[in-house]
Ligand binder design. Sequence first.
Ligand code: AMP
Ligand code: MG
Length: 336
Amino acid sequence: MTHPWSTHSLATELDTGIAAVREAGLLCRKVQSQIDRGALEKKDKSPVTVADFGSQALICNALVSRFGFEPIIGEEDSAALREIGNESLFSKVVEQVRILRPEANTDTICQWIDLGGCKEYSDRFWTLDPIDGTKGFLRGQQYAISLALLINGVIEVAVVGCPNLGPDLNGDRQDGTVFAAIRGAGVWQLPMTTEGQAKPVKVSPQTDTTLIRFCESVEAAHSSHGDAARIAEHLNIQAEPARLDSQAKYAVVCRGEAEAYLRLPRDGKYKEKIWDHAGGVLILTEAGGRVTDIRGNDLDFTRGYRLENNLGVIVTNGHMHDAVIKAILELGIGQF
Ligand code: AMP
Ligand code: MG
């Protein structure tokens, strides 16, 4: 199938990224469908661990097969899998990866995972969150597989797969949605598991701040719900926030189902990780939106695996960005 980006110089990178994220999505869906309630009640996190490592192995393998060795700043490394006591976890990862890569063995799978173990900045690197929103994954809710290519510190290509996000946030999940972007060329959404037409995506045109809806993390530990409520009151926002896990929040703002995503720091110490944002930032900005930290500074992806120079993240459709940043300043949010 030819896509609108077919003639772009980074088309191979985007096509490879989409195929890799779709494949990882198949593995994640399979593992998520097998989660039993009993495991959840026992607070057994092993299903998400299996899917996390499996997803990273598949995507790193797809990238190295197409582009040779390139640095990949990923969330996982294989050390935990190799620890004594984790044998059964490891064998579940191998079993899942072999469904899609029958030739894989324990050593190759560890090597693939560790391709994503880079932590340092370089002129050209990929960043990968094999499962963003692990809590959402375990709850059977939203999670994302996020991959981005950065060249000279600028996000050039992004793929954000949302296996549980259908064409409408509150509608049928269908087979999920993948968002694909190339800087300057646009952003499109496609079905996650089937081929299909790439449809361009645009942020909401809403300019009246009182009429916006914002989204935030489900996990209060990841973003201050209290400060978000103070901003909502200050700006006279009527709608209740939408709470969802992962970079699906960027996706929802990107296609106009919400006007903002607030990620407000709980303390001055936590540094956001680049894999939690790079993919989301490009799909959002290509849809016409704006992303900064809570002080209005651009996110700086040149400092390694963390956003060392930033505090929190504010995502909007662009129209109310300045109003939100002003409210944060007036309310003294983020002054620790
Ligand atoms: P979310 O799905 O929006 O709740 O975000 C999930 C991400 O939050 C994970 O991928 C973690 O990297 C990240 N995270 C973990 N601890 C914190 C924290 N204290 N503040 C902000 N983000 C965090
Ligand atoms: Mg994450």
